[in-house]
Design a protein around this ligand. Structure first.
Ligand SMILES: C[S@@+](CC[C@H](N)C(=O)[O-])C[C@H]1O[C@@H](n2cnc3c(N)ncnc32)[C@H](O)[C@@H]1O
Length: 190
């Protein structure tokens, strides 16, 4: 259960961010990334639509961590419930995090909510597949693939600390090539 190397680039920033708020691991899955932050003594809210995913994170925490000392919280939520028109019903409305990390998940309607929910001086760490991915495997649906320059444009009013688009070697890639096309960003909110 390896965390993304991108998080290691952000770890000092996430440790030093001047905020009382936790980090949100948005669509956390098995929690590989949030658990890495917990190991670095950073408070994390694990969020996913799947109760089973959150249960898996909890059992990993119980088997590998002193639960009492763990600063993990859990939030079962559907981030795609944005058919609601009312602002206050949007999943991230009124919430505040020192950083939001998003890995291998894309729902474009959430972008503005993500930007709003990060405290001033906080961070977004985002990594998911780009439009070049279909040659290597899933996903192939353009709704789940970042366009070239999309993250950099989205965070153009933030301080961009790291930005990458390209092909990486990935052990868990579902293509024989073992390659994945991804885009990454680490950005700081003004
Ligand atoms: C490809 S996994 C990525 C998991 C994790 N971020 C990682 O990189 O290992 C995508 C995750 O998004 C979650 N997800 C999908 N639709 C969702 C929704 N509408 N609201 C919340 N989570 C959702 C899935 O349950 C799954 O755990």
């Amino acid at each position: 259960m390896n965390h993304s190397p991108l998080l290691e680039k952000a770890i000092e920033l996430l440790r030093e961010v001047n905020s009382e708020e936790p980090v949100l691991d948005l669509a956390c899955g098995n929690g590989r990334n949030g658990l890495y932050l917990i190991n670095q003594n950073i408070d994390v809210v694990f969020s996913d639509i799947k109760e089973s995913a959150l249960e898996q994170v909890k059992s990993t925490l119980i088997s590998h961590h002193d639960e009492d000392k763990s600063s993990a919280k859990f939030w079962q939520v559907d981030f795609e419930q944005d058919s609601f028109e009312q602002e206050e019903l949007k999943p991230l409305a009124g919430k505040s995090f020192s950083a939001i990390i998003v890995f291998r998940y894309l729902h474009r309607s959430l972008f503005e909510q993500i930007k709003q929910a990060v405290t001033a001086g906080g961070y977004v760490v985002y990594e998911t597949f780009s439009v070049d991915q279909p040659q290597f495997g899933r996903p192939k649906n353009p709704d789940f693939l970042l366009r070239h320059g999309e993250l950099a444009e989205l965070f153009s009013d933030w301080q961009i600390i790291h930005s990458f688009e390209g092909i990486i070697d990935a052990k868990n890639a579902d293509a024989e090539s073992g390659k994945q096309a991804i885009a990454q960003i680490i950005a700081r909110k003004p």
